[in-house]
Every structure is written in structure tokens, then in C-alpha cells.
Design a protein around this ligand. Structure first.
Ligand code: SF4
Length: 395
């Protein structure tokens, strides 16, 4: 498709897919399902003139139904599932004292950077798929897809699955080896706004009563905070403390891990060790320049965008100097108001393990919810090396 430049140096381009999505929905050939990332429900408000930080979850769900999706699910459900898998993976590595510190793996730009620049460190990456990919796999191939059996016509045995993300790199993630096929299309928050406008939906006037469909729509506050820098780690700590029987003696809120300003945030987790958050890829690159991180930390979260996904390349552009703080504030407000704030408390996740996945890190969970990584060469990097070579020869 046609490309829109989203980065001043041309390193990142956004390939729009929203026309294709509308076309597929209008053809009514397949049952359709959409999932929405935690950061999108807040930033989408800015596209319709609302105050930055306005939470539009219900309005957004209503808009997605009017656009034509049959099922509207929540990526936060899969964020809770990611935590179950990643906290278990972390505790196993901790027990065996192997491949520590664990690196989080839900940011595809960070995964790409490691594969291209530091393949020697790939064993540190969690093998847990990102929430987007987990949700896609469950929707395409899990119990939900099977439950639709009667609705399928012959030859069309898969639902049409779309995700809406604050991120341009998530488009690339969906075609990675090992996860490709979990999703049909990935759209950014900005593309969602374009679809709503193209359909003539009066977004700001929509009622706020929309609810996600289940069973892939329930989530805890821990799933929601994935949208902010430090959120993944805080969510891991909340559930890991339960797994090791220390839930009552550990806080639920880890304020040291929050915030959009500091490059690196750290916290000491009693009985486990020190964890670090790299707020932006530059902070991670600086950290990896020395070897100190190897002994200092047991787990490191890296989100490539400053502020985490709420500052992602697929979010609306804003001139407000406090935009990241405002979006972040709303993310933690949703968490604070959630009846459940630890991922293991998600009732539908518990049912999913009981009926389909057995337990975290089981062979069934590995088949559907984990992935692998490999060293690779960037075409851009190879081209630059080639040009550099030509340059030198000419010189
Ligand atoms: Fe995408 Fe940025 Fe979030 Fe990484 S931090 S997943 S690049 S929006």
C-alpha cells in the first residue's frame, strides 16, 4: 500500500491498512474480531478534540461495533496472560539461576534491535509472546475460534482478526517468523481515528456504555498498566509475589517503577533482587555498553518509546509538553479503579488454564503462547555497510 512517513529521518514508515480492513468488513465473508491495546483507549480521545487523558473505553467499543466488527476484545486480557507466562518463566530461571536478568519481550522494536545488534543476548529475552500475538493466536486458533464452528461456512474456517495498537512496529511484529498468521491486520490508533471518521461516526457524542465481549475481554488493572513504561515489570512483580507466597507482605503499587521522565528506574524486590526499567531504547543501549547490568539486576524491562506504548509511534501527534504524563495518569487511574489488580485473579484466565492450557509454561501454553528469536541482518544496515565500502574504495 501507500506509505505515510511518520519519522523525520525516514527510519520508520507506517503502511496504512485501514482501507483493507473496511473493505473486508464490508464483504461480510468472515466472522471478524478486533482487539484494542491499553494505550489506545486513552489517546484516541485526542483525535476527536477531547481533553488529553480522557478515557474513552466504552465510546471506542461502541465505535468499533458501528464500524462493523462482530466481536470486540481487549488486548489487556492477553496482557494478563502474558504475565502468567512471563512471571512463571522468570521464577523458573531464578530458581535455576539461568539466563538472568530476564529481558521483557513485548516491545517488538526492542526485540528487533537485539536480534540485529546484540544476538549474543537473545537468551535473556523472555520467550513469552507479546499480548498482541497471544490474543491473535487465541482468537484464531484457541477455543474462541472452535466455538464459532457452527458460524463458519465451508472453506472459511478462521475468523478475520485485527488488532489496534499505539505502535507502528506492531505491524512488523505480526509477520515475524514464529508468530506470523496470528493476525490478519494491525492498525494504529491514528488509523482507528481515520476509520471512525470515514464511517461518519460522531465519536465524542457516542455513549460510554460499550463493553468488551468475553471470554477474551476481561482484564485486571495489571493488564492495563502494560501501556506505560514500568507497567510490565510492576504487573510481573504483582503476580510473582503471589506465586512465591509473599503477596501479603509486598505492596501492590510500585511507584519507583512508574514515570515517563527518568531514563532508568529501579526497585529492590524483597527475596528476589533488583529490577530495572529502561524508559526508551536509548536508555537500554546505554545500559548495555558496560557489563554492570549482568550482576546488578534479575529482570530488565525495555520499552523502546519514552513513556512506553502511551508514547508510541502510532499514537496521535500532540504539541502538549505534558502529553505523556496526562496519558500515563489515566492508565494508572484505570488500574486503581479496577476490582482486580493482579493478573492471576483474572477469572477467565483461570478458566482458560483449567480448560485449554493446563498451567503456565505447560507444553500447550508453549505451543500457543511462546516464540523464539534469531540473529538477523538489517537490510538497511547491510546497505549502509555496502555504501560505506564503496565510499572508502572511491576515497
Ligand atoms: Fe511499540 Fe513503542 Fe510500545 Fe515498543 S514501546 S511496543 S515500539 S509503542
Amino acid at each position: 500500500g501507500q506509505c505515510t512517513l511518520v519519522c523525520p529521518v525516514g527510519a520508520l514508515i507506517e503502511t496504512p491498512h485501514w482501507h483493507d480492513v473496511l473493505h473486508t468488513l464490508d464483504s461480510h465473508r468472515r466472522i471478524s474480531a478486533v482487539q484494542v491495546a491499553p494505550a489506545t483507549r486513552i489517546a484516541i480521545s485526542e483525535e476527536f478534540g477531547m481533553k488529553p487523558g480522557t478515557v474513552s473505553t466504552g465510546r471506542m467499543i461502541n465505535a468499533l461495533r458501528q464500524i462493523g466488527f462482530d466481536y470486540v476484545f481487549d488486548t489487556n486480557f492477553a496482557a494478563d496472560l502474558t504475565i502468567m507466562e512471563e512471571a512463571t518463566e522468570f521464577l523458573t530461571r531464578f530458581k535455576e539461576q539461568k539466563n538472568l536478568p530476564l529481558f521483557t519481550s513485548c516491545c517488538p522494536a526492542w526485540v528487533n534491535w537485539l536480534e540485529i545488534n546484540r544476538p549474543d543476548l537473545l537468551t535473556h529475552l523472555s520467550t513469552t509472546k507479546s499480548p498482541q500475538q497471544m490474543h491473535g493466536a487465541l482468537t484464531k486458533r484457541g477455543a474462541f475460534a472452535h466455538s464459532l464452528g457452527a458460524e463458519f461456512t465451508e472453506g472459511k474456517t478462521e475468523p478475520y482478526v485485527v488488532s489496534i495498537m499505539p505502535c507502528t512496529a506492531k505491524k512488523d511484529e505480526s509477520v515475524r517468523p514464529g508468530v506470523s498468521g496470528d493476525l490478519d491486520h494491525v492498525l494504529t490508533t491514528r488509523e482507528l481515528a481515520r476509520m471512525i471518521k470515514a464511517r461518519g461516526i460522531p465519536f465524542s457524542a457516542l455513549p460510554e456504555d460499550g463493553k468488551f465481549d468475553n471470554p477474551l475481554g476481561e482484564s485486571t488493572g495489571a493488564g492495563q498498566i502494560f501501556g506505560a513504561s514500568g507497567g510490565v515489570m510492576e504487573a510481573v512483580v504483582r503476580t510473582a509475589s503471589h506465586f512465591i507466597g509473599k503477596e501479603d507482605s509486598m505492596p501492590l503499587d510500585w511507584h519507583q517503577l512508574r514515570g515517563v521522565v527518568k531514563d532508568v528506574k529501579t526497585a529492590e524486590i524483597p527475596g528476589v533482587g533488583k529490577v530495572a526499567i529502561c524508559n526508551g531504547i536509548a536508555a537500554a543501549q546505554r545500559m548495555l555498553k558496560t557489563e554492570a547490568w549482568r550482576d546488578e539486576f534479575v529482570a530488565i524491562e525495555v520499552m523502546s518509546c519514552v513513556g512506553g506504548c502511551l508514547g508510541g509511534g502510532g499514537e496521535p501527534k500532540s504539541m502538549d509538553p505534558l502529553i505523556l504524563e496526562k496519558r500515563m495518569h489515566s492508565i494508572y487511574e484505570i488500574d486503581k479503579g479496577s476490582p482486580r489488580r493482579r493478573s492471576y485473579e483474572n477469572q477467565d484466565i483461570q478458566k482458560l488454564y483449567a480448560t485449554e492450557l493446563d498451567k503456565p509454561n505447560s507444553p500447550q501454553a508453549h505451543a500457543l503462547l511462546h516464540t523464539h528469536y534469531a540473529a538477523r541482518h538489517s537490510k538497511r544496515l547491510l546497505l549502509m555497510q555496502f555504501l560505506d565500502c564503496v565510499d572508502r574504495r572511491d576515497g
